[in-house]
Design a protein around this ligand. Sequence first.
Ligand SMILES: [Cu+2]
Length: 162
Amino acid sequence: MNLLKALILSALASAAAPVFAHGDEHAQRPKYDASRVEETDFGREGDPDKVSRTIRVDMADTMRFSPARLTVRRGETVRIVVHNGGRLLHEMVLGTAEALKEHAALMARFPNMEHADPNMAHVQPGQTGEIVWQFTRPGEFQFGCLQGGHFEAGMVGRVTVK
Ligand SMILES: [Cu+2]
């Protein structure tokens, strides 16, 4: 199932069952399983045993990621450790610029949307989450916080894959 279709389905599912608040009781991401990894336009879920580098990114209520620019080598598997130093729920969602824009628009329509995909980490205040990702294609990608209004307020960063 492609990512957008999965998002729409989960949006519809949570529209019908609004008790599942996004970020509260969201499903735990399943353990890494190589046979279930899907290639996307911006790479794929990384094997935690093949991580060559850990990158720490902080999220703040100023609606900023720091650092907001990351550079990785093509093929590299990185562990992105995301710390939420704010008092609000924040998240990091990796994707293409276009996919993030679409996802943000969907989140605005369905604020209770629930999902836990390998390219995202929802992080409660004071907590730390992580994404293990292998960037298999060169190019410019983004990461954004898609909590209501955050992306629009500039909570977005860039990944350059060389
Ligand atoms: Cu945020």
